[in-house]
Design a protein around this ligand. Sequence first.
Ligand code: ATP
Length: 268
Amino acid sequence: MSPPLIELIGATKRFPSGTGSVHTAVSDLTLSVRPGEFVAVVGPTGCGKSTTLSLVSGLQPPSAGQVRVHGKPVESIPDGVGYMFQTDAVMPWRSVLDNVASGPRFRGVPKAEAREQAADWISRVGLAGFEKYYPHQLSGGMRKRVALAQTLVTSPRILLMDEPFSALDVQTRALMQDELLRLWSGTGAAVIFVTHDLEEAVALADRVVVLTSSPATVKDVFDVGLPRPRKVEELRLTEEFLAIYREVWESLRTEVEKSRAGGRADVA
Ligand SMILES: Nc1ncnc2c1ncn2[C@@H]1O[C@H](COP(=O)(O)OP(=O)(O)OP(=O)(O)O)[C@@H](O)[C@H]1O
C-alpha cells in the first residue's frame, strides 16, 4: 500500500477569539489520505471543516500536532496542490483560455505551451469553442467547468475542495459531480472534499469522515465500497447507496443535534 500523501496527526488549531479567550476549532484530529484516494469530510456547520483543509494547504499552521504532505511537515503552501472553493477563482477580466492558462503561466510555463495545456483542459471539461468567452458570458455550471480546468491543468497530486458545487442548482451539481469523478479517475490524485451534502459525500468518496461538532475531531470513518465508475444520479437510487447513507447519517445526526443544541441553527 502506498504511503499517505496527506497526514494529520493529532492536529489542533486554536484561534484567538474576539473576547481575548481562545477558540479551539480543530482538536487532536488524525487522518491520512493515500494517492488516488477520495475522502469526503462532513460535519455540522461551523465545526471546523474548512480549518482542517487550511491546515493541509499550509494557509494555517497547526497549534499542536503535525500536518504532513508528501511525508514532510507543511511549513508553507505545498507544491502540487489544487484548490476549489464554493466561490470560484475565475478572473472576470480574463478570457476562459487565459483564466485556465494563468496557473501554468504562474509556474513559469512559456505562454504558447500554457495556452496549449489550457486549450486541452478546456476541451476535457466540455468547453471547447468557449476559449474566447469571458466569465460573465457563461452560466454558473460553465464557470464551474472553467474552475475545474483551472484546478486540474497543473496536474495536482492533491486536490482540496471546499464545497465546490454547493452554489449550483441540483441538476448542474450532479453533472459536475460526474465530471469531477471522470476527470479525477486515473490521475492518482488524493482528494479531500468538504461538503454539507451527505449524498454528495457518499456518491463521490472512497471514505467518508464524520467530524464531531465543534471542535472538530474525527468521530467515525466509513468505507464506501461502491464500484467505480459511478454515475451519481443512478447511484443515489441503489439500495447499497442508501444503506451507507443511513449508516453515515446515524453518526452525523448526533453531532448535528449537539451542534444545534449549542446554538447552531444550520445543519450539515
Ligand atoms: N481565522 C480565524 N480566526 C478566528 N476564528 C476562526 C478563523 N477561521 C475559523 N475560525 C473559527 O473556527 C470555527 C470553525 O470554522 P470553519 O470555517 O473551519 O468551520 P466549517 O465547518 O468549515 O464551517 P461551515 O460548515 O460553515 O462551512 C468557527 O467557529 C470559526 O469562526
